[in-house]
Design a protein around this ligand. Sequence first.
Ligand SMILES: [Zn+2]
Length: 80
Amino acid sequence: MNHKTEGPPCRRMEASLQQAAEGKITGIKKLYVLAHAAQCYRCGTFLERMRATLAALKSQRLDVPSDALDRLREKYGGRE
Ligand SMILES: [Zn+2]
């Protein structure tokens, strides 16, 4: 058995990991959280995913105007 198994992050770290991914904490607390994530596989994975998800949400909001999909459907929909 090794420790590199998928799973939820440490319970006491979850909220802090989320705040770190959102950039809501700084200084010593952030260092503490990042140091933990670096040596704890589950928390490290959780932090990575949280960051990726936030980045995806952010870029979606910036790159896709709300009516773009509707226009695409209007243009290409129902032609086949
Ligand atoms: Zn952990």
